[in-house]
Ligand binder design. Structure first.
Ligand SMILES: Cc1cc2nc3c(=O)[nH]c(=O)nc-3n(C[C@H](O)[C@H](O)[C@H](O)COP(=O)(O)OP(=O)(O)OC[C@H]3O[C@@H](n4cnc5c(N)ncnc54)[C@H](O)[C@@H]3O)c2cc1C
Length: 378
């Protein structure tokens, strides 16, 4: 059994994993080049769902993710960060509605809570909606919800420290190299010039994972969807706006052209799939999009008349190129383990439990087998 674990990256995945490993009795150091939770996890829509995930095994992994959060919420003051308030979705066109209804049927047949509701029931569930009263209705997904990742990650770190985890941040936590002996990892090097001894290094570095794997001497590149180039698909625009009045939206809403949910401090979190931005988009264009998203949100929900844009950010989805999570031992150096995925908020608690089981027992749980990094060797 691995004794000393270095977890690199204190986003939602690394923070969950550090806590689980410590609870299992392992010695854990959690390293981050920044403060915990300041990268993708901070800006994530953080919608807990397995709404449109394929194939079936990946759907089940995500569905298990929802249950894992419910369990953790009972152990870790979920009132501060866990919002299992459901999700309502409707479509603008008859064809879109038929596609939504077909998805609801498939999910229900898989045992996932999902059903179609009429406009009156939708208005009863979420009075803030301006749903077309004569329209065909909406899809309702009562087991879904969202997380407030700021308070969540703070609590995870606090609980991890209580269980003996050491947290290093900034230059002291920035991993710049790996020390190997006979092909096995012995330590990581940091930007502060330290060597941190480790039997296992768990790379939970989100979009930076390929670079970390390269530093470790990976036998194969870790393929993520490009995020640094002009026109790259991985970045997305997030807009926060507030204040929302008390009759504003109380759950996840997927309306035509706008996705939203409540956020901390009386704000709402807004995203739109057609907001084509990347890390090079000029500020004026981002501000134009931010105003556009708030306008769209006002058209579909009440409670935002007094709201203004409070923040906007282009953030990056750590998206494996084949759309599936990458979780397991890195081919090449011994003792380097990867956990990088899109839907990382939905999956973090479940993955942390499965990875801990693998490290403690030496055997990969069946649920992780489709996601091994070794698939990129062939
Ligand atoms: C716009 C948007 C919407 C999303 N919506 C959803 C959603 O609705 N539901 C969902 O489940 N998921 C969603 N996701 C995806 C989800 O947010 C991510 O999968 C998840 O946040 C990834 O967490 P992470 O811990 O892997 O990465 P991050 O939060 O990025 O954390 C990685 C950490 O690694 C650190 N790091 C990197 N390199 C080093 C190094 N060399 N040394 C030390 N530290 C290092 C970074 O500083 C960072 O803190 C969304 C993502 C985006 C961008």
């Amino acid at each position: 059994m691995a004794r000393r674990c270095a977890v690199v990256g204190a986003g939602v995945i690394g923070a969950c994993l550090a806590l689980r490993l410590a609870e299992a009795g392992l010695e854990v150091i959690l390293l981050d080049q920044d403060q915990p939770g300041q990268a993708t996890s901070r800006w994530s829509f953080a919608w807990l769902n397995s709404n449109d995930k394929a194939p079936r095994a990946y759907h089940e992994l995500n569905h298990a993710g929802l249950r894992a959060w419910a369990t953790l919420a009972g152990q870790l003051d979920g009132a501060a960060w866990y919002r299992p308030a459901g999700n309502i979705e409707w479509a603008a066109t008859a064809a879109g509605h038929a596609t939504l209804a077909a998805r609801v049927d498939r999910l229900a047949s898989w045992g996932y809570p999902a059903r179609m509701i009429d406009a009156a029931e939708a208005a009863g569930l979420e009075p803030a909606l301006r749903l077309p009263p004569a329209g065909p209705g909406a899809g309702w997904f009562p087991a879904e919800g969202y997380l407030l990742t700021g308070p969540l990650i703070s609590q995870l770190i606090e609980a991890a420290v209580t269980r003996g985890v050491t947290v290093l941040t900034g230059a002291a936590g920035q991993v710049t190299g790996f020390v190997l002996d006979g092909g096995a990892v012995q330590a990581v090097r940091t930007a502060a010039g330290q060597q941190i001894p480790a039997d296992v290094v768990l790379c939970c570095a989100g979009r930076w994972t390929p670079e970390l794997a390269r530093l470790a001497g990976a036998a194969v590149p870790v393929p993520l969807v490009p995020w640094q180039t002009v026109g790259a698909a991985a970045p997305g625009l997030v807009v926060w706006a507030g204040p929302a009045s008390p009759d504003g939206p109380a759950r996840v809403v997927h309306a035509p052209g706008i996705h939203l949910r409540p956020h901390t401090g009386g704000q709402v979190h807004l995203e739109a799939l057609d907001a084509a931005v990347d890390l090079h988009t000029p500020g004026a264009e981002l501000r134009r999009w931010a105003a556009e998203l708030l306008g769209r949100a006002r058209r579909v929900t009440r409670g935002l008349d007094q709201a203004a844009v409070t923040a906007y950010q282009v953030c990056v989805r750590p998206m494996p190129a084949d759309g599936q999570s990458i979780v397991g031992w890195l081919p090449g150096p011994r003792g380097v383990y990867l956990a990088v995925t899109h839907s990382g908020v939905t999956l973090a608690a479940q993955l942390a439990g499965l990875i801990t089981t693998e490290l403690v027992t030496g055997t990969a749980p069946d649920e992780l087998r489709p996601y091994r990094p070794s698939r990129f060797l062939t």
